[in-house]
Write a protein that binds this ligand. Sequence first.
Ligand SMILES: C[S@@+](CC[C@H](N)C(=O)[O-])C[C@H]1O[C@@H](n2cnc3c(N)ncnc32)[C@H](O)[C@@H]1O
Length: 259
Amino acid sequence: MDHMGTQIADIDRMPRGGPRASCLDRLLETDRLEYLDRDSEGDAAMEARKRSVVRALERTGEFFGHHDKFAEIALAEIADVPDPKVLELGAGHGGLSRRLLDAHPTAEVTVTDIDETSVAAMAEGELGHHRRARVQIMDATAIDAPDGAFDLAVFALSFHHLSPSQAARAISEGTRVAGTLLIVDLPRPPAPLHVMRLLTMLPFAPFVPFVHDGVISSLRTYSPSALRALAAHADPTIEVELRGGVLSEQIVLARRTAA
Ligand SMILES: C[S@@+](CC[C@H](N)C(=O)[O-])C[C@H]1O[C@@H](n2cnc3c(N)ncnc32)[C@H](O)[C@@H]1O
């Protein structure tokens, strides 16, 4: 069935560039894991690489204004809600949640990640002591919360970490627990431009963990048509609004509508 249908028979075989991805686009993907997704138990060198990636994400987010920009997009979605409840999934370092709490005087934010070390670090910092924040471990594909518990769920720069079947589950879960699911992720440029972007990064990938993960992220990022197909696979009643350009972040707003 095509991406306008409700289900793709084997969603995990869908190319990251979408059901009708070009031949070149189909070559630009990988099953290789980012350092962030690797098991580092008993492997101090791997854990150090993971921490270096999380630190770099936090710093580049500060430097390029990503945390502010993503917080602004999230705040626009809850502008009409008096005391909004927000869930951040895949928070990593918590930079976005800190911005949300600073910018909104009454918002309550549940700050989560699947990675225990990242969650422990956030719980030890400012977020762990904020009276309107809760920090906890959470898997975006199996959210431990009742239906409609949040006004907004935000998943920033993390969606590409998920396989297609996990990604569809995250859309299903995010729209189950929140009125709106906001996904912000990297752009997937047209294949020739994508090749050029990868070529600028590849020489540094063996030496810089952040660039290593950046290359894999780029290869794993979903295109707009893939995002639509994932949402349709999750539940045909989920409505998806896509924003963003060829080179700027992709913004996905997903909501459940009446069947
Ligand atoms: C690239 S980081 C993004 C961190 C932060 N949101 C940012 O914008 O910089 C991706 C994060 O997604 C988390 N992650 C990966 N799979 C996840 C899952 N199934 N559920 C929740 N978080 C997940 C990782 O642990 C990591 O912290």
